[in-house]
Write a protein that binds this ligand. Structure first.
Ligand SMILES: [Zn+2]
Length: 119
């Protein structure tokens, strides 16, 4: 793999662009395309960089798809909200039970029902 670039100046320019000349105007591109034909090292570097680029595109697209699936699943099943409502309901029932038994005890000991407004 220890290949040497046939024209280091052009090779360094290409390295600065990550071996991507697709953004260049066609008439400017010719010299660099010629260099890719002549230079094994830059050609293999170009292939490596495009492989990395497409790998990243595939990974990003895959994670976007997984995100949308998860988003859809959450919207469809709504598990977090249902769980919170369940907990809130249990808490409210527990507090009402506690209030009722407190009132019963007070009624037992004082003979008055504290839930009924004092007259
Ligand atoms: Zn080169």
């Amino acid at each position: 793999m220890a290949q040497v670039c046939v024209d280091r100046v052009v090779g360094e320019i290409l390295a600065g662009w990550r071996y991507d000349i697709s953004g260049l105007a066609p008439e400017m591109r010719e010299d660099y395309e010629q260099h890719f034909i002549e230079c094994n090292r830059c050609r293999s570097k170009q292939r490596l960089h495009r492989t990395i680029d497409f790998g990243l595109i595939i990974i990003a697209s895959g994670s976007a798809i997984v995100f949308l699936l998860a988003f859809g699943a959450i919207r469809h099943f709504n598990p977090a909200r249902a769980l919170l409502l369940e907990i809130a309901k249990l808490q409210r029932e527990h507090e009402e039970d506690a209030d009722r038994s407190m009132a019963n005890n007070l009624t037992k000991f004082t003979g008055r029902n504290p839930m009924v407004a004092a007259e």
